[in-house]
Structures are given as C-alpha cells and as structure tokens.
Design a binder for this molecule. Sequence first.
Ligand SMILES: Nc1nc2c(c(=O)[nH]1)N[C@H]1C(S)=C(S)[C@@H](COP(=O)(O)O)O[C@H]1N2
Ligand SMILES: [Mo]
Length: 432
Amino acid sequence: MSKRGIHQLYSKDPIAADNTVFGRTSHGVSRRGFLSGLKTLTALLGAEVVYSQFMPAGLIPAAFAQSDNPFSIPGKEGLTILNDRPINAETPAHLLDDRVTPAKHFFVRNNGLPPENVDLSSWTLTIEGESAAQSKTFTLDELKQNFKHYTYQLTLECGGNGRAEFAPAATGNQWSTGAVGCPSWTGVRLKDVLSAVGVKSDAVYIGYYGKDQHLSRTPGKEAISRGVPISKAMEDESLIAWQMNGEPLPAMNGYPLRLVFGGWPASTSGKWLSKIVIRNKVHDGAKMGGKAYRLPCEPVAPGTSVPDSQMCIIEAMPVKSLITYPRSGIVHKQAQSLEVRGHAWCGEAAVKAVFTSIDFGQTWQQASLTKPVNRHAWQHFTSKVRFPQKGYYEIWARAVDENGRSQPMVLPGWNPKGYLNNACHRIALKAV
Ligand SMILES: Nc1nc2c(c(=O)[nH]1)N[C@H]1C(S)=C(S)[C@@H](COP(=O)(O)O)O[C@H]1N2
Ligand SMILES: [Mo]
C-alpha cells in the first residue's frame, strides 16, 4: 500500500498521464464501507466537499475509484484486466471518449477459451434447427458474396456491467462501468441469411454456437450458447458481422465472424460464430437457464434466494450514460467553466435527455444531446459546468429515455447475479 500523501497525486495537467489523478484505493480506503466523517474525508481528498450537506450518508467518493491496472492484452492496451482465464477486460471511462469506439478500447468478455489459428478458407456458418426449412452451410466468401452488406454503429453492453456495486456482492466478473462500447459493425443482415435458408412459421427463437471451448476443454461442451427471440433476429440492425470499424474483428471480439444485437445484453452477440439454430421454443443452450442472464421475474429484497422457476430472461438493456471527459479525479481551475461530455444509450428506445449535477443530485442541468446515427447507436452529450467555489465536487450524469424512464441515482433492483446496474455514473473533480 502506498505511503504517499494524497497531495502528491495532484497535477496541473488533468489528462496527461495516469498518475495525474487524485484519490486512489491505494490510500487504504476501500470502495465499500467508507464510514469516516467529513473531516477525515476532507483530509483524504485534500479539498473541502463543496456540497457536503447534500452528500448521501455513506457515499464513497468517486475519487476513490479503482486504480489503473499495469497489465495489458496485445491490441487492448489501457483496458483493465479482470481475469486471465477466461480473459475479461473492461475499458476505463475516459478511454471511451470517442464517438465510435476504437477496436483497441472495446471490452473483452470471454466465457471460455477462444479458438486459435483461425483459418478463413475453412471457416463455415451452418444454419439449422427445428424451425429451419433446411440445413445450409455457408463459407465466409459465400456469406460476403450472396448477401448485401450493411454497416451500423451498435452499442454492446454486458448484462453484468456495473456488477461491482451490488451489495450483497454478486458473483461473476466485478465490472465497474467499462463493459460497454459502440463501434461500427459491418456484415450481412441476419434476417437475409435466415430468410434464404427458410424460417418456418413456428419459429420463436434463434440460438448461436461459437468455436470457443469450455474452460474444461470438454469436447462438445459449450462455454456459452445464447440467443434472441425471432423478432429481434429479424430487425434490420441485427447483423452477422466480420468487421469492426472497417477492419477484421479483433481476435478477442470474435474473429472472424460474430452476431451483433445492439441494445440487448451482449451475451446474445455470439462470437466465433459457427452455427445458428432456428428454434420452435426458447433456445436452451448454455447460460440460457438458471441464474445466468436472468432476473427475478418480480423484484426481491437484497440477498433473497430466488428459485430458478422465478427467474426471467433479460431482454433489452436499460437507459444509461457514461461521462467520458474529463476523467475522474482531475484538478480543474475553478474560474474556468468545464465542458463535460459522454454518451447515453438505451436498449430499445432512444435517449430523450441527459442531465448533469454537481451538487449530489440536488439540482440538474440539461445537457445538449445528439440524435443516434442509427437505431441502437449511443448518443453523445455535452454540458458546460461552472463551479461556484474551490473544493471537491462530483459530477453526476443521468439519462432519461423516450418513454420517460430515468437512470436511478442509487443502485436499481438487487438480483442474484448482479445484472442491469444502470445507476448514474459519477466522477470526482477538484476545483482549485
Ligand atoms: N462464443 C462466445 N460468444 C460470446 C461470449 C463467449 O464467451 N463466447 N461472451 C458473450 C458475452 S457474455 C458478452 S458480454 C459479449 C462480449 O463481447 P466482446 O468480448 O466482443 O466485448 O460476447 C458474448 N458472446
Ligand atoms: Mo456478458
């Protein structure tokens, strides 16, 4: 644990390097259970908390967020590694500042072991299942030549993004805010391929199979095999994609072929895609049942044990936003206004408005917000913020969707596996 005083972490250059931010876990303050009084807090932050009268009791200052991780995955530098077997890595909020997420900053969520030595010439995609009129296999060339190509910017977010905040803690990857991104994807429409094969009238679901292996390497045992209702499969923006931002998919993101279902839990977007089944019932592949990617059908008290029969499949993701500039922990000249920016998204609807607050949610100011470039693309907000006096602030952002549904400021409904935490994002700032 570092013995450095917190003041040594201040810098006049807010975004130049990793060590320019203040407030870190290394100061012996854990993210959970911050109980000290205002005096201690002021000492640790090295600044007065300007709106302390509005600060919720027990709130852990955003300044004490997780520190940067020194390890990296080739091609994914800067991501925070959560696990190495399977590999899981998330993106720090300030590295998601681009409107179109660069491949190197797109998160990685693997359930098993990715295929090695992928051979493009022998890779095939088979479509079959009870509700397929026939079974048909395409080579990559056939897919690319027989169907029209489409490019969409589509938001993928892991259903477990934000899990780290739940109490009692939920098992699984402890994602903070970075299991989300919105690159541009190129491929063919899933519906064009399914229609070419023939979809029977009793079809209700599709399921995917990928060429990654279960962690146990048991032959024939899938790491994951999920899917979506046929209505989602038939949307214009539902793609079988081979490119991210005009380049072949990164190895860790499904090279050479994957499904992309924008706005739905990213677990439905099968990577290393080799087979799609058209089902006459809800797909029953690995991680479709039990507690996986499912919520209690009715809300439950935190810590409740819920029988599997009372768990329902997660469909569209809830409304959410992320502040991507400035990075949390910067030092800013109080006399200058600051342009805060970020993205907002929602699984089904578009985002109608984004608001920011610097007084722990007492007052909110409406940000300017762009329209999505296409359905299921995230939107961008900017907000000019002024700080009335020197001291410690938190900037909070809150998005509201077209149906009037807002992000909650505190944790939303607890659930056994810690899915769908869309609580407001907040960052720390010191005005000097
Ligand atoms: N074949 C396969 N597809 C998969 C997975 C996987 O482990 N294997 N993980 C799923 C989950 S849980 C998520 S969140 C997304 C992550 O996509 P990414 O790694 O490209 O960010 O892929 C989904 N598709
Ligand atoms: Mo996921």
